[in-house]
Design a protein around this ligand. Sequence first.
Ligand code: TMP
Ligand code: ASP
Length: 248
Amino acid sequence: MKLKKADLLYRGKAKDIYKTEDPEIVIVKFRDDITAGDGEKKDNIDKKGYYNSIISAKFFELLEASGIKTQYIKLLEPGMMLSHRLEMIPLEIITRNMAAGSLLRKFPFQEKQELNPPIIQMDYKSDEFHDPMLNDDIAVALELTNRKELEIIRETTLKIDKVIKEFLKEKGIIFPDFKIEYGRNNKEEIVLGDEISPDSCRFWDMKTCEVLDKDLFRKGETGVIKAYSEIASRILDEEDKEKWNITE
Ligand code: TMP
Ligand code: ASP
């Protein structure tokens, strides 16, 4: 499928959003670009968009089946996802089941310390301000959202964490933390958008604790695409693996 430049609505650091004939429907194009440090570190990794779109589609389908409203309609082909158009809220909603990453740099947690109940943290999505952590009062004062929406976001996020954590446990994957983003549809309902992929989550092998996510790129290590394909291969069912040509 050919996408036209004229129909480009938004270009992010790793995805493009294209208009379709239906004003309420968009196509999300997952690119191979990969960045870290608010876009300072950049690369392009062949097939990254391919795997991230397939992995995100699987998680969105899983969540839809659990009654969670998502932007996802269907995968047109690897890399291209038909989605409902949302007005995105510039908040990164981060859920932590285990202490890792920036939590260890900012607070005296022990590495891999279990966090039960999970911690939900919000960052303001802004490269200019370096995604600062914020709280409900700041988000409301900035008019990004309101109390009612924040309540829905919190409740939905905890449910998403539970559904994915349980699903991944059966696949031998630990789910230390993840970042999601929400938007509003044309009925002003809160809907899960963006992606759920190794770019936006931490995934560790249950037996070896091997890192299977973007932390490899952030730390300058090799094997990024091997890790992403490993996640796809573990979470997809046989039918999807055959359809998208995912080999073990
Ligand atoms: P952090 O420990 O670096 O704050 O990351 C927490 C989670 O959020 C982790 O699963 C990776 C994800 N994440 C993003 O999706 N985008 C980002 O810009 C950052 C920094 C983290
Ligand atoms: N959001 C960060 C960046 O753009 C990437 C990350 O660390 O995940 O560069």
